[in-house]
Design a protein around this ligand. Sequence first.
Ligand SMILES: C[S@@+](CC[C@H](N)C(=O)[O-])C[C@H]1O[C@@H](n2cnc3c(N)ncnc32)[C@H](O)[C@@H]1O
Length: 247
Amino acid sequence: MDQTRFYDEAYSEADPAAARGYGEWRALGARTKADHVVALLERGGVRPRRLVEIGCGTGSLLGELAARAVAPALEGFDLSPAAIDIARGQGLTGVRFRAFDGGRVPAEDGAYDVAVLSHVLEHVPDPGALLAEAARLASWVVVEVPLEDNRSAARPAKRAEAARIGHIQFFDRSAVRALCAGAGLAVRAELTDPLARAHQSFGATGTRARARAAVKAGVRRAAWRVSPRAAERAFTVHYACLARSRS
Ligand SMILES: C[S@@+](CC[C@H](N)C(=O)[O-])C[C@H]1O[C@@H](n2cnc3c(N)ncnc32)[C@H](O)[C@@H]1O
């Protein structure tokens, strides 16, 4: 199946209950992702006037960034027209959304101060090309991906789940850094996040499942605090970086 159809079908969820649950999941994710974008921009001393998100999905991250007044002008592009329809339907003030071909964003070189690629590069066949496109559009690029080149994520059930949601790349930190370097970007700040209990326990039903999720979140966070690098090799953490174009 081609990429556009895959995501259009994913965003045209027929089951309203499932769609509602997915919406809550996206809202939870958006808050955490926005925390990361804001933290990295602060660390780089970057105050954007124009920010673009490539692969914005239904716009939940841009909505969160708009609510926090991260930039006066925000734009989102996505491969999926269905996602863009949902994003526009949210009526977010000061945010524009457009579908595009997934390769070239219809905007001039340097049209933005910051380009964000959040949980997109693991979905694309040529992540280096999309990252170079982000670097063409803005001198600062924020990238966030799950680091899935680890022992836990290599288990067949985890790989199958990742494939179901469209992951076709499985990065570790050095692979993301190498992609940045290949796109002419120098990494200036980075962070990892083992994800809070709310993420681990989302969708867990029943006391036992919720308790298991809470223990898992606690153990992972403790392991990550002791040794972030060892944690990355053992289980999935989210990695985000702020990179500056060398040109
Ligand atoms: C997991 S969602 C992330 C949405 C949003 N960035 C966020 O963090 O909540 C991945 C998105 O990437 C989009 N996508 C996949 N391939 C793409 C491409 N080549 N260019 C732009 N978007 C793409 C999908 O349509 C989907 O909306």
